[in-house]
Design a protein around this ligand. Structure first.
Ligand SMILES: Cc1cc2nc3c(=O)[nH]c(=O)nc-3n(C[C@H](O)[C@H](O)[C@H](O)COP(=O)(O)OP(=O)(O)OC[C@H]3O[C@@H](n4cnc5c(N)ncnc54)[C@H](O)[C@@H]3O)c2cc1C
Length: 435
């Protein structure tokens, strides 16, 4: 082990959540180290974005680059529920200025965001694998141990941010998480070089499959389509036990679809498909003494509405503002981090509750829309608008953009405390003057 390094904040993971929180804190003048296990660009699933994350992309100065590099996405096309007809929802119908999102190659997006964190002033170390979380007797997280190029290093920091995705490097040590058993799914997916676009060619397609599960189709470009099948884990285990391969199971799903199967030639399906666990969970807390968790490390919601990158980077944006307060004035750390936790938790809960409702395929389109409008009633009185406002994240933009880690309640506390301090100082000065 070499000399101990010291930073204000160390971030585990350089995905969208880690690069956002690290970059924004560095821009505010804090000394930030981001430790990333892989060498970027690296492959990642999670390729379709929503408009709710555009304000953050503006804040990070990345919108033009996203427009230049990636396929625009106008909305979502669905074949879902009791209505036999496909239906769609367009981002532009929210009335927001953010009328398109993007379908992205994640290796490129994540590299762009990590490079941007460097530009904003963070120190980024790739191929740095965090192996230990340092916890003081008091229970506070005080730093990390990582390996890099065969050497072992210790780094101490005022805060450690867990942005390690599903690895949950810090959170698995510091908090329990609630695994959502009814959303315990598995995804199997592959790519096609040739495909027939659906009517609204730049939408994501989400299609429920008779017999269970659903399929996505994401047009990454004119000659690359990402297509995947999501199934309850139990169902997959049963089919594997019956002797089917993962590819057989995927092809069965494709054959049972109505729209997805018309987009591709099943014979073009790759011999080796990718697979990942897709199990929703919610940590009991997103922060504790010396640590904060953001992105999949904090919570994960089924990818049905393509909300993962939006939720992860939005939480990171909230965390950066709360940590900014906590670093500047430790007396207000607890309050600021509690507010971050509360606002962030509500984002997850709204999507999680709605995904659960939507997973029931026996409802009518209008029922899905009305339920969404109940969640977004502060934003709209229209169920049609409420649906897209909820699943695009647009309904929550004001909460994110205007987030104030101190809040009104906090401001009153700060002012009272400062007044008390000023009074005490004046009394002390007056007492000293009379001596
Ligand atoms: C099947 C499936 C489909 C999905 N589809 C979508 C979609 O269409 N749209 C969408 O928005 N989201 C989607 N998601 C979700 C999305 O992939 C995640 O929510 C998102 O990547 C979370 O970002 P993150 O920064 O929290 O974590 P990640 O992007 O996973 O980044 C974490 C980083 O931490 C690093 N790391 C891990 N352990 C260590 C360690 N010990 N030391 C150092 N570094 C470490 C990893 O290498 C990684 O780079 C999907 C997820 C699944 C499973």
């Amino acid at each position: 082990m070499t000399d101990i390094q010291s930073y204000d904040v160390v971030v585990v993971g350089g995905g969208p959540a880690g690069s956002t929180v690290g970059g924004l804190l560095a821009r505010s003048g804090h000394r930030v180290l981001i430790l990333e296990r892989e060498k970027f660009p690296r492959y990642h699933i999670g390729e379709s974005l929503v408009t709710g994350m555009t304000p953050l992309m503006e804040e990070l100065g990345l919108v033009e680059e996203l427009d230049r590099r990636f396929q625009h996405k106008s909305g979502i096309s669905l074949r879902w529920g009791k209505d036999p007809q496909p239906w769609r929802s367009d981002f532009s119908s929210t009335g927001s200025v953010y009328s398109h999102a993007w379908h992205v190659t994640r290796s490129e997006l994540d590299e762009l965001m990590l490079d941007n964190a460097r530009t904003l002033g963070a120190t980024v170390l790739e191929e740095a694998h965090v192996t230990e979380v340092l916890v003081a007797d008091s229970g506070a997280v005080t730093g990390l141990v990582y390996t890099h190029a065969g050497e072992r290093y210790q780094v101490d920091s005022r805060y450690v941010v867990d942005a390690s995705g599903q690895s949950r490097v810090v959170a698995r040590r510091t908090t329990e998480t609630q695994w959502q058993d009814d959303l315990r799914n598995v995804a199997i997916w592959g790519y096609y070089d040739t495909f027939t676009p659906i009517e609204h060619g730049d939408d994501i397609l989400c299609e429920a499959i008779e017999g269970g599960g659903w399929m996505w189709a994401i047009p990454l470009s004119k000659d690359k389509l990402s297509m995947g099948l999501v199934l309850p884990a139990e169902q997959l285990t049963e089919l594997l036990r019956e002797g089917l391969s993962q590819r057989d199971i995927y092809l069965r799903g494709l054959a049972a679809s109505n729209i997805a199967k018309t987009m591709v030639n099943a014979a073009d399906t790759q011999a080796e498909l990718s697979t990942a666990r897709d199990w929703s969970h919610l940590s009991d807390t997103f922060h504790g003494p010396g640590w904060v968790a953001v992105g999949d490390a904090a919570a994960f919601v089924d990818p049905l509405f393509s909300s993962g990158v939006w939720l992860g980077s939005s939480g990171a944006w909230l965390a950066a503002r709360a940590l900014n307060v906590a670093l500047a004035d430790p007396a207000h750390a607890a309050h600021a981090l509690q507010r971050f936790d509360g606002v962030y938790r509500q984002l997850f809960k709204d999507i999680l509750t709605y995904v659960r409702f939507f997973m029931d395929p026996n409802r009518l389109r209008e029922e899905y829309m009305e339920r969404a409008q109940e969640v977004t009633q502060m934003y709209t009185t229209s169920s049609r608008v409420g649906f897209i406002a909820l699943i695009s994240g647009i309904g929550a933009v004001a909460d994110l953009v205007d987030f104030d880690p101190m809040g009104m309640e906090g401001l009153v506390e700060v002012m009272t405390e400062r007044t008390e301090q000023a009074k005490a100082r004046m009394e002390a000065e007056a007492a000293a003057a009379t001596v």
